[in-house]
Design a protein around this ligand. Structure first.
Ligand SMILES: *Cc1c(COP(=O)(O)O)cnc(C)c1O
Length: 497
């Protein structure tokens, strides 16, 4: 079950085995529990899909009967293991009682599966210790991790032909079907000739992206600047607004004649139709971009682009051209991320939090080739309840200036208070995404990244080492892991062509 959405398949398979194939419950359950496996893809509340019992009763009465029977037998199992622990039964029941009783679909998926996995090491750990703790205690061996990957056939060979050719010239083409071959690039991480060729491929890719940006937005950007890219669905947990705060911070510094490393910030992504705050973020990016991009003082120093209609085709042009990959979600919220892997494979260096697969990316490439910032999962948990964003802002002159600028209407002249909801959300002590808490470490790490970028040889080395260490983030490795531990199908060998 690829995410919680198909969890009903547990009950439906039971129905087919019993009602169509005329099996008894025990035999049907044995087959179901040895057939189903569940992959969880997010820790956010939407993962815990809950469907009203009343709706099931109306639309799928037989399925509801089966869910109730699964639950009755499951509760017997719980009470045999933990006699008298009624809190535990209430917590783990497939039915959430209340005025409108609901079916907990994720729990149905867990109970009906022989395997439950998350999609990055940290995510799988948080499932075991947090969201699904009771279930992991009951069935520790059911829980496992399968770190996501991306395919190098699309995300390197097809989308970055220049880099693919250069890599193949150096180490052969075995990387196309065995990505760990990329490790052989380490040998050339200090080779001046290779450096030069590496940079010229990146520059050509940046020229290509600059042309796409001009065509789509009319803004001319300089391929010689640091390309700082954040593309992904717009969501508060991904903190595109933190990126905007940094853009305003740079804008404010340039206006005060403080030197900054020339930079082009590209943000792209779609908002879900009903997600008002995500649409506010897009509006906000566009407003700030208009002011920055029309200010002569920003020329050659700072441009901010909102890349419209972000999709896979756009990413195929964007990831080969990125210098810096923004992976700045609140720690503990991004299950894995895969954009982070596409950027790394194409030689971008990551600025990121210890979240999702960023943790494994940093491990693979080494901390010296990764710009780490922000609170950890544990620090965020500790801060909750005593978080005071107002105090953080007041005690930070730069941060105060940024918030002032946004509140002053500088980026929203003649418009209703379009920034109000955004600013309000980061000022809330209950802000789940703790944006203000990470502002200072983010800005400081951005400064470090910009300084590193100015040391051309150093940056090229980091870039090469990122590509070289991206081998374990191939879907080939992911599929092998799923097959060895969960699917257990026999690989076939294709006839030679
Ligand atoms: C890779 C990709 C994503 C996932 O990006 P994340 O940064 O991991 O959220 C989303 N949309 C498109 C179009 C992609 O190519």
């Amino acid at each position: 079950m690829n995410d919680t959405h198909p969890a009903i398949a547990v009950a439906e398979l039971m129905r087919l085995l019993m009602d169509v194939h005329l099996m008894e419950w025990d035999e049907a359950w044995e087959i179901t529990r040895n057939t189903m496996a569940y992959t969880n893809h997010t820790l956010l509340p939407e993962a815990l899909e809950m469907w009203p019992v009343s709706m099931f009763r109306r639309l799928l009465p037989r399925i509801l009967d089966i869910i109730y029977e699964i639950n009755a037998r499951f509760i017997v199992e719980i009470s045999q293991r933990w006699p008298g622990d009624n809190d535990r039964i209430a917590r783990m029941s497939l039915i959430q009682e209340g005025r409108e009783p609901m079916v907990r679909m994720a729990y149905l998926a867990i109970v009906g599966s022989f395997s439950v996995n998350g999609v990055a090491a940290l995510h799988s750990k948080l499932l075991r210790e947090g969201l699904f703790r009771d279930f992991a205690e009951m069935w520790p061996k059911k829980f496992n991790n399968k770190t996501n990957g991306v395919t190098q056939r699309r995300w390197l060979a097809a989308c970055n032909k220049g880099l693919a050719k250069l890599i193949t010239e150096k180490i052969g083409d075995a990387w196309i079907t065995n990505l760990s071959e990329l490790e052989k690039l380490k040998e050339f991480a200090d080779d001046p000739g290779f450096h030069k060729a590496w940079r010229s491929v990146k520059l050509a890719n940046k020229v290509k992206l600059a042309r796409a940006v001009q065509k789509k937005t009319g803004v001319v950007v300089d391929p010689g600047t640091l390309f700082d890219v954040q593309v992904k669905r717009i969501h508060e947990y991904k903190r595109q607004f933190l990126n905007v705060l940094h853009a305003v911070y740079l804008y404010d510094r340039i206006r005060r004649d403080i030197d900054v490393v020339p930079r082009t910030i590209v943000i792209g992504g779609k908002a879900a139709p009903g997600y008002v705050m995500a649409k506010n973020v897009i509006k906000c990016i566009n407003n700030v971009a208009r002011v920055i991009n029309t200010d002569p003082a920003m020329e050659d120093k700072l441009q901010l682009i909102f890349y419209p209609d972000y999709n896979v085709s756009a990413m195929e042009v964007i990831c080969p051209a990125a210098d810096l990959s923004e992976q700045i979600s609140t720690a503990g919220k991004e299950a894995s991320g895969t954009g982070n892997m596409k950027f790394m494979m194409n030689g971008a260096v990551t600025i990121g939090t210890l979240d999702g697969a960023n943790v494994e990316i940093r491990e693979a490439v080494g901390n010296e080739n990764f710009f780490l910032f922000g609170l950890t999962v544990d620090e965020i948990a500790e801060l909750r309840g005593q978080y005071n964003p107002r105090a953080i802002i007041d005690s930070d002159k730069d941060f105060s200036r940024v918030v002032q600028l946004l509140q002053s209407g500088h980026f929203s002249r003649f418009e209703a208070d379009v920034f109000g909801p955004m600013i309000q959300s980061i000022l809330e002590p209950s802000d789940p995404w703790m944006t203000a808490a990470d502002f200072r470490s983010f800005v400081d790490m951005q400064t470090a990244a910009a300084e590193a970028y100015c040391d051309v040889e150093h940056w090229t080395r980091m870039s090469i080492l990122n590509t070289a260490a991206s081998g374990r983030f191939s879907t080939d490795r992911t599929m092998r892991d799923y097959n060895e531990d969960i699917w257990r199908v026999e690989p076939i060998s294709l006839p030679k062509r």
